[in-house]
Write a new protein. Structure first.
Length: 288
């Protein structure tokens, strides 16, 4: 097997040669290259006629909320990728990244802010401690949102994803004595709970008196691979404003929750408390 060897490649390609050891190939699926997805036309006209093997699995890498758009304004249905997807060829993503807090202060890794100008830098002139708090909260929210999307939007047409890089989810990941989790760890723990809950809407700000109409997705990834029955989904929106506790809630019965199948439920339109007698009207902000 020759991988990325210019001296042995044909037509300038650096893909796998078909001389892969059959005994190895039968037990270990091969990925041709990082961020490679087979293009059907290119495969049929160039790779296949020349005996060039492009592996068994398509493995995309994406960087939403970092290089790419925010998961609060875009979806994770991979519609363009699905148009090229081949039958019986698994589609995965081993590097789905939302950015890299450094391992000491929690601010974005300097290489990206200084040389690549990658993340938003609106807090660049604020003290390091405040910059850290701002970025770590942003990183927690967008990572949690994307992890949820990958479950309820991509789980039925993909073969799995890995978030990258978990080392950046901790302060002092190199020292067990002083290691501390960043907020993103708790966000991902919630997003990847065996029974996952997620709002369909990407909105996080609402006005008083406004109605919120959105779906709630419930994903059952029970580690015992079992269905669940006779559940109840309760939603409670609780605010404290001007020393008053304000409450809005509803409940939905779930008679059957199948394993590994996202289930969609209406949110039973909720109205945010009407505070017309108070000035100014508040904007409800979901910290997510």
């Amino acid at each position: 097997m020759l991988l990325h060897d210019p001296k042995n490649s044909r037509n300038g390609s650096s893909f796998l040669k078909s001389s892969t050891n059959p005994s190895t190939r039968s037990t270990r699926p091969v990925i041709a290259s990082s961020e490679y997805q087979r293009d059907p036309e290119f495969y049929k006209t160039v790779l296949q006629p020349n005996g060039i093997d492009d592996g068994d699995i398509d493995d995309i890498h994406r960087y939403n909320n970092w290089y790419g758009p925010s998961s609060f304004v875009t979806d994770s249905k991979f519609e363009s990728e699905m148009k090229k997807r081949q039958p019986n060829r698994p589609f995965i993503g081993q590097e789905m990244s939302t950015g890299y807090p450094d391992l000491d202060t929690g601010i974005p890794v300097l290489r990206y802010t200084r040389d690549l100008l990658t993340p938003k830098r609106g807090s660049a002139n604020t003290p390091t401690r405040l910059r850290s708090a701002i970025f770590l909260e942003h990183h927690r929210a967008v990572t949690k949102r994307w992890a949820e999307q990958l479950r309820f939007q991509g789980s039925t047409n993909t073969s799995g994803f890995m978030l990258f890089a978990a080392e950046c989810w901790f302060k002092h990941s190199y020292d067990s004595a002083s290691l501390e989790p960043y907020p993103v760890l708790e966000g991902v723990r919630q997003a990847w709970a065996p029974i996952g809950l997620a709002l369909e809407t990407g909105r996080r700000r609402f006005y008083e008196g406004e109605e919120m109409d959105t779906a709630i997705f419930v994903t059952n990834d029970d580690d015992r691979f079992q269905d669940h029955h006779n559940l109840e989904l309760r939603s409670v929106v609780n605010f404290t404003y001007d020393n008053h506790d304000l409450l809005s809630s509803f409940a939905i019965g779930i008679p059957h929750l199948p394993h590994h199948q996202p289930s969609e439920y209406p949110s039973s339109t909720s109205r945010f408390p009407n505070l017309a007698l108070l000035a100014p009207p508040p904007i409800w902000h979901f910290p997510y």
